[in-house]
Design a protein around this ligand. Structure first.
Ligand code: DC
Length: 218
């Protein structure tokens, strides 16, 4: 039997950092579902699809073969046979992923892939609809959040460390816009599941959040 830990939350709440650590500690696989939506968005950008044209996105997503492989314990996302890990972390892809992920056909395709992974392996899976839609029967459910200011500052530091040019106010605006879009869309909006534990990481260290989640695992 696989054991599933589901973590939802807005952009920049620290989901991936926390989920990776919990997964390592437990010997589980970490599944970053945002990376799958990002790969799909990259595909739409490469195909020059109008991101406001939901019909075109729904049609084009049929030609995107997205898969996950683990190489030295690192999740690699493959888009039509090519590892796209290095291409999906740009602000352009972030914004595009928030737009293309509103399309029902995109969600259906990726949710199936995520459910299949979790059925066969013990996972820590993070995203926006994991507790509510993808793994409603997960053993542990967490809604991880933090204030917009704290999340923007974390993203800013991350990008600067990668040597990317960026502006804090711009990032704050992008995050607020993404929150709005992710929380108000018709298909699987980001909400705290009724049975998910709320964890606000604004004034917690990474280790404190990891310990909190581990304490929820029976
Ligand atoms: O977690 P992230 O920033 O990598 O996610 C990128 C976008 O993908 C985010 O704006 C919303 C979307 N997403 C989603 O709709 N459902 C998920 N389970 C994960 C991500």
């Amino acid at each position: 039997m696989s054991y599933n830990i589901a973590i939802d939350g807005p952009a920049g709440a620290g989901k991936s950092t926390i989920a990776k650590k919990v997964a390592k500690d437990k010997g589980f696989i970490y599944v970053d579902t945002g990376a799958m939506y990002r790969a799909m968005a990259l595909f739409m950008l490469e195909k020059k699809i109008d991101l406001n044209d939901e019909k075109a996105i729904a049609e084009m997503c049929k030609s995107a073969d997205i898969s996950i492989k683990y190489e030295d314990g690192v999740q690699c996302v493959y888009l039509n046979g090519v590892n796209v890990n290095d291409k999906i972390r740009t602000p352009e892809v972030s914004a595009a992923a928030s737009k293309t992920s509103v399309v029902a056909e995109v969600r259906q395709k990726l949710v199936e892939l995520q459910q299949e992974l979790a059925a066969h392996e013990s996972v820590v899976m993070d995203g926006r609809d994991i507790c509510t839609k993808v793994l409603p029967n997960a053993d542990v459910k967490v809604f991880l959040t933090a204030s917009v200011e704290v999340r923007a500052e974390r993203r800013y530091k991350e990008l600067i460390e990668k040597g990317m040019e960026c502006d804090l106010e711009e990032i704050k605006k992008d995050i607020a816009e993404r929150d709005h879009r992710d929380m108000t869309r018709a298909e699987s909006p980001l909400v705290q599941a009724k049975d998910a534990e709320l964890v606000d990481s604004s004034s917690m260290t990474i280790d404190e959040v990891v310990e909190k989640i581990k304490s929820l695992c029976k």
